[in-house]
Ligand binder design. Sequence first.
Ligand SMILES: [Fe+2]
Ligand SMILES: [Fe+2]
Length: 333
Amino acid sequence: MENTMQPIHEGSRKEVMSYLEPYMLNEMSEYLKPVEEMWQPADFLPDASRDTFFQEIKDLQDSAKELPYDLVAVLIGDTVTEEALPTYESWLTMVDDVEKHEQGGWMKWVRAWTAEENRHGDLLNKYIFLSGRVDMRQFEISVQYLLRDGFDIGTGRDPYRNFIYTSFQEIATNISHRRVAGLAKQSGDKLLAKMCGVIASDEARHAKAYISFISKAAEVDASEVLVAFEDMMKKKIVMPAHFLRESGEPQSELFSHFSDAAQRLGVYTAVDYVDIMKELLTEWKVDAMTNLNEAGEKARDYLMRLPDRLLRIADRMKNPEKHYSFKWIHGGR
Ligand SMILES: [Fe+2]
Ligand SMILES: [Fe+2]
């Protein structure tokens, strides 16, 4: 059968973005939930109008007391990351052609995505505030710094690089929130387990959306999508909180301690990075992509070989042993 779809000439992101816009508008609801049906932070938190309010807080604190130190550190780091949402939203609106129409498909998506994501930081922030484990002032200083520092993820304004990045990141956050949920449950904190579980399922839904945008773009502009993917993987996908710091420290100083704690706990590891890469290769059926130009073919071959190479490196990596005392957490290690 002849393919009637005219390939869009290379490098024309604008055309691809306009081509995708009707798809976005039609399919968006599949990846978003109606506001009225959505969980809200209040569904999980103690309600100050109830007689049982103080008892609920006491119960929350009793379970939070048992959480391992590294887990609290990772939870706070995750919360700081979620609270830097204004950085991510403003970055998405800077992507070429996204802000063309305030009521167009792309802007609608960005706003709806932001509105869903905003609940994550909101819920986690209230939990850590009530938990009694966290020095809230220190946490808030980190949030303010991270918002001021922004991030540098190497995507520029390119929609392909941006949506490849978000595809990767939404899977990564799904994994890490899901693992925190599991560890919280093991430690007996059912509330925290439930909270991180619902956040993780939002992230999974968002991952599907971004993956589908790239799949659609690849249908008409495969070589350019692969070149963008290759470029992002060569630069390495950095975490959105890679500039993380605490008070009195220079930019980025805290990030490695946060990611060491995540690696030690198995919340997010070098092997997860490779697994996400493999998942994206499968989702986008990269190995089956044909009709590529020379750069596209080179990119495809590089990408297909990359997971094995990264796994060999991951195997050689030692689990970080150096424990760190975070200013965020009351009472020291
Ligand atoms: Fe989130
Ligand atoms: Fe997310």
